[in-house]
Design a protein around this ligand. Structure first.
Ligand SMILES: Cc1cc2nc3c(=O)[nH]c(=O)nc-3n(C[C@H](O)[C@H](O)[C@H](O)COP(=O)(O)OP(=O)(O)OC[C@H]3O[C@@H](n4cnc5c(N)ncnc54)[C@H](O)[C@@H]3O)c2cc1C
Length: 342
């Protein structure tokens, strides 16, 4: 589908926060265009199939639309349906498969350069909101063999792993959940973690599950272990007991993600040294590039665990609203979180 030459507001990234920003703009009479390099809610698409959110459903809601789910917490599939439904109900204009590659200024106006399957294009925009998250850019082990085809930094579909030797690297939620899912799908799984114990933020229902599987010898575990290389057949590690070679048909280094620092720097957005956190006006989330705002998890630099859907979903109100509308939205969300009768 043809892209417009010019829009009032361009929202880059159609994750939960980008969608919420588009709603905030539209409710103020500003017609936004949402673009995403992948499909709608691409990050959630790449969660493990069937994954349950840690956050309770009302904290994942945007635009005052209720998220109903069959259990106490929403699954990946329920969240995908929900955000898709919100986009439809709000009548938001969106284009998928359109990736932002740069932003320049021509005759005083912002111009976004984008890539699509039909080639490169430009879109002039009154304002641009970057809500590009961090999930496209995986932290790497930086060891030989990490780019081999059987190595993936995203874990989506466990079924394909039945009967295979699988090594998962990491000690937080993604690694723990993936190790359990791969084992339940019939893989022989070893978890390799450089720490001596699992991360403290591991979901309370996953931790005992994994620990019991390790105790029963059903899932292998190597703590205090460092990966030194990946070969087509094995993962080479070193731990207190010396070097070890773990057979591996599939390898999942799941050791975190980071925003697209190269894109932010290309655009000219000032980042704090060390943390990589974008320098923004706290009231409007405008970056050091006038007219370019940052919303959601893209602004957090390397501290990706600081922004969730829950605390990023009002960013659109900061960008397109005013202090009063922000306060109203905060109060509305706060009351929706209180049990009825209080
Ligand atoms: C496995 C897992 C479980 C999680 N569980 C929870 C939870 O329980 N509760 C919670 O609140 N949070 C959870 N999170 C974190 C949550 O996913 C993020 O906080 C949330 O997705 C951030 O929303 P966002 O809109 O800022 O970014 P994202 O959802 O990451 O959306 C960014 C979008 O931008 C697009 N994009 C990136 N670069 C470009 C570009 N150059 N051009 C165009 N589009 C681009 C991407 O394709 C993507 O669709 C979890 C994360 C993971 C990985």
């Amino acid at each position: 589908m043809q892209l417009p030459n010019e829009v009032e507001a361009l929202i880059v990234g159609a994750g939960p926060i980008g969608i919420a920003c588009a709603i905030s703009a539209r409710r103020r009479g500003i017609e936004p265009l949402l673009i995403d390099a992948g499909p709608l809610a691409h990050s959630i698409v790449r969660y493990p199939v069937g994954m349950t959110f840690f956050t309770t459903p009302e904290r994942l809601e945007i635009g005052d639309h209720p998220l109903t789910c069959s259990g106490a917490k929403a699954t990946r599939e329920e969240a995908l349906k929900y955000y898709r439904g919100v986009v439809r109900t709000e009548g938001l204009a969106f284009r998928t498969g359109v990736g932002l590659t740069d932003i320049s200024r021509v005759d005083g106006q912002l111009v976004a350069s984008v890539s699509t399957s039909h080639g490169a294009a430009t879109i002039r925009a009154g304002r641009i909101v970057l809500a590009t998250g961090y999930f496209d850019h995986a932290n790497r082990l930086e060891v030989p063999g990490e780019s081999l085809p059987h190595v993936s930094h995203w874990f989506v579909e466990p079924h394909t792993l039945a009967g295979l030797d699988v090594v998962v690297v990491g000690g937080k939620n993604s690694a723990v959940e993936s190790a359990l899912q791969a084992w339940r799908a019939g893989a022989r799984v070893t978890l390799v973690h450089r720490g001596e114990t699992l991360g403290s933020s591991v979901k309370y229902w996953l931790r005992p599950d994994l620990e019991n599987r390790i105790r029963a010898g059903e899932i292998g575990a190597r703590f205090g272990a460092t990966v030194t290389a990946i070969t087509p057949e094995a993962v080479e590690i070193v731990h207190a007991g010396g070097p070890e070679s773990l057979p591996a048909d599939r390898v999942f280094p799941l050791i975190g993600y980071h925003p697209d620092f190269a894109l932010l720097e290309r655009i000219g957005i000032a980042l704090e040294p060390g943390t990589g956190r974008a320098v923004v006006d706290p009231d409007t989330l405008e970056s050091s590039v006038p007219g370019v705002h940052l919303a959601g998890s893209v602004a957090t630099g390397r501290k990706i665990s600081e922004v969730f859907i829950e605390n990023g979903r009002l960013d659109g109100e900061k960008i397109f609203g005013d202090a009063r509308s922000r306060a109203q939205a905060e109060a509305r969300y706060a009351s929706s979180l209180r049990p009825k009768g209080e």
